[in-house]
Design a protein around this ligand. Structure first.
Ligand SMILES: [Zn+2]
Length: 323
């Protein structure tokens, strides 16, 4: 199926370094596109699941439309049988899960907000229970052909931001990648008893922040300690999911709990995430941060602060420099 290039949006998470596109563009010009890109429809708009390089190259080759494989969420789109039967790659599946999960969470949040408003108007008793399926099951249903359990595993693999785990998911299997992830998490929880803390001049101690900037030795120890807090933050998130699911399933022991609690837990989770280091401070660069009013003496910023106080141009500059 051919779709206009201008109609296809690219989700943020699949953007990456595209390299030189001229060869691919000229091949498309002479031979056409050999391998269609993969798209899906979400909220009435086409989104790219795989093939950003091919898409950009087609654009620069002057094409207006591009041949697409359709991953049919919600079984709404009329495509011919052959397309339905295409086996999607695990990388495409991972993108699909990420997109749909965000979509479902957004919807759930809206529902919660509505419920909260109702509670405020009529008192807690008047709030009707909100029947909804678990996010993972909703996502599985929309993709089709996979279980909620698999969706949950893919979600964990996506969230890990671990290239090794993700590569294994794309090349081997979701289960094998998930096993690797669990093994790695367990290793983290029992912090290297075998190798006691080495001096920070060690080569293995070079740590870069999420923008690719090296974390200076002076703040490394504290950085690591803060990163260790991630496990606690995850517990908060797990607890939120547990309560959320219990409400969704109308578990009788949770009758005194309302959606307000879940909303508060989400707020709390977001607050706690601000303990986690994201980027070395753009003002003091992590050197002598004691007097820095931006990072308040830590030498780094949380993801929230990084995105809320650092001007976009500065952020882009730093991300580009570290590439
Ligand atoms: Zn600072």
């Amino acid at each position: 199926m051919k779709i206009a290039l201008t109609d296809i949006g690219t989700p943020k998470r699949i953007r990456k370094d595209l390299g030189d596109l001229s060869k691919l563009a000229s091949s498309i010009k002479t031979k056409g596109l050999i391998n269609p890109i993969t798209v899906a429809k979400l909220d009435g708009k086409w989104v790219l699941l795989a093939g950003l390089r091919r898409m950009k190259a087609a654009q620069s080759a002057g094409l207006d439309t591009i041949e697409c494989n359709i991953m049919d969420f919600d079984r709404e789109i009329e495509v011919d049988e052959n397309m339905h039967r295409k086996d999607f790659s695990r990388a495409e599946l991972r993108t699909a899960v990420a997109l749909l999960w965000d979509d479902e969470e957004k919807k759930a949040q809206e529902r919660r907000q509505l419920a909260r408003q109702r509670e405020q108007i009529g008192g807690a008793d008047s709030a009707p229970p909100i029947g909804r399926e678990k996010t993972r099951n909703a996502v599985a249903r929309r993709i089709g052909g996979i279980s909620g359990d698999t969706v949950e595993k893919i979600k964990a693999i996506n969230d890990s931001n671990d290239p090794q785990v993700q590569k294994r998911a794309d090349t081997k299997s979701i289960d094998s990648a998930y096993k690797l992830l669990k093994a790695k998490q367990q290793q983290k929880q029992t912090p290297a008893a075998a190798s006691p803390s080495k001096p920070s001049t060690d080569k293995a101690d070079i740590i870069v922040d999420k923008t690719g900037t090296q974390v200076p030795a002076g703040i490394l120890e504290q950085w690591r300690r803060a990163e260790g807090f991630a496990a606690e933050v995850r517990r908060m998130s797990d607890l939120k999911c547990l309560v959320d699911d219990a409400l969704a399933e109308q578990d009788p022991i949770f009758v005194e709990i309302t959606n307000t609690t879940v909303a508060r837990m989400i707020d709390c989770y977001n607050d706690l995430k601000r303990v986690l280091p994201y980027a070395v401070c753009y003002t003091c660069a992590g050197h002598k941060p004691q007097r820095c009013t931006v990072c308040k003496g830590r030498g780094w910023l949380s993801e929230f602060l990084w995105h809320s106080i650092v001007p976009a141009t500065l952020r882009e500059l730093r991300e580009a420099r570290s590439k």
